[in-house]
Design a protein around this ligand. Sequence first.
Ligand code: ADP
Length: 610
Amino acid sequence: MLDTLKGKISLVYLSLVLVIAIVGIISVLNLYSLSKAINGLMTDNYKSINAVTNMLEAVERQDSAMLIYMNVDRQKGIDMFSENTSTFNEWFDIERNNITELGEQTYVDKINNYYELYLKSFSQLQELHNVDTNKAVSYYNTKIIPDFNDLKKEMSELSLLNEKAMFSKKANVTNNTRKSMYILLLLSAFAVTGGFLLSRISTNRFLTPIYSLTQTIKLVKAGDLNKQIKVTSTDEIGELAEEFNNMTKRLQQYEQSTLGQLMTEKNKSLAIVKSITDPIIVLDVNYKIVLLNNAFEKFFNIREEKVVNRHFLEAVRNGEIFDHITSVMNSKEEYKEKIVYVKSDEEYYFNVVVTNIKDANSNITGLIAVFQNVTQLKKLEKVKTDFLATISHELKTPLTSIVMGTSLILDESMGLLNADQKSVISTMNEDEIKLSNLVNELLELSKIESDRAIFNIESCSIEGIIETSIRQFFEQSLQKDLSLYSDVEDNLPKVKADDEKILWVVNNLITNALKYTNAGDEISIKAYAKDKLMYVTVKDTGIGIPEEFQERIFEKFIQVKGQDKEVRGTGLGLSIVKDIIEAHHGTIKCESKLDVGSTFTFTLPLSEKE
Ligand code: ADP
């Protein structure tokens, strides 16, 4: 029974019930003995006292009967005497049957003898009275009265004996009552203290293993799987502790096996990372270095053990890379890449690909940055740009003079042309203008791509730029029967931009919109500020762009197939637009639907200055 918790708890309750039962039984016994003692007081002694009192009354009346007999009426005296004799005997019988005290029997016997004498003396008195009244009176005074007094004395003493016994019993009862009270008080105190101690000790005993179980569970929860609970009992809690220990052992084994697997996987990944020829660095959320590979050590001329746990900027003092890294950590994007120029012993261009590392709950726990060396590509691109710039520059001057020459011939200021000559020269002139535009745009592109520092970035008003642009194209829009208008929010903040370049962008977007719309269409330009950015949209209700071209139109020389060849330009405009916007740290996108229209939206950073 004591093997189970249930048994232990039942035992405690049983003990408490037993104590309560003992206290109850003792109380009942005490009350019973008290009631018996009180009963004794009432029945035994009080009965005797009462009987003696009535006996005394009867003999007193018998005495009166004698006097009545002698002095008043003989018959009445005799009747009264015998009547009280019966009364006396009645009470005497009660007393005789109620002998409770020591010495009481002697008194009863004496009273019996004296009473018998008293009765006889009345017969004697009657005989004397019949003979001589005086002798009878003298007999009464000398013999009967002393006997009567003796009888009364014995009865008084009997009464006193009972009275004394009654008082002594009463004292006994009081004493016993007090004793019972003390005993009950003591027992109750004992029961209360015992019960309290028993419940406390047993509660502690039952709870201690539960406390230690809770403590251990907390430690295990915190990761200390070595913790085992000391099993001290074989009851339900002991069983629970044992099962818990088994569980932690299994967890430990599991952890060790998964840990082993994880370690192997980690080592594999580490070996892969270390062997990759591109520099790689892993940072935690506080930008402290967790890991870097051999290529990183080589390129940045640092030793891993010296920089691990140090801030990224302590190892690589490059603000541009750090800004790029922080922008990924702060953005919701999975990864971002950016080409960064790095100058160490040599000049490098790296495409820095930064990817967030997330835990199972998608919380960012760090990031990994891979530095793809694109120096060669960059160099090639530069050669290409320089080449384009040189060619365009070299072509620009002769082309201008060719255009001017053919224009002069077409003017016929140098002589009249026949219809065929005019048509050939006119076609030549159109193509020369196109070629000249292409060369100009190529030159523009190469300028932007070769050196972005030529941008004159300052705080400027986008409303002003939009107004200027609309003014420039208003006439043209009227001629094409188009509605061109701006819808700009009031009190727009200023933007951080090169106003000439942004004017070029807006002009280019409006030129395109004019090109790819028909009479009756609308072109609207909107501007609004949101989330620290200025949004500018150029929307037309023109022919639209097929979906597959919407991303690609920002690439160089991409033109939508099937569009009117007459209106086509060089295919470089949007590419230059994109370059300019990106040089301002903005973005541009195109949303379009065939036969519904196109919307070009670009963003610019807001100026901190007002
Ligand atoms: P282009 O000088 O040929 O206009 P762009 O780079 O400016 O070159 O534009 C690339 C191509 O994108 C255009 O040839 C045209 O097919 C398409 N495009 C640009 N803007 C619009 C527009 N608003 N509506 C329809 N198509 C457009």
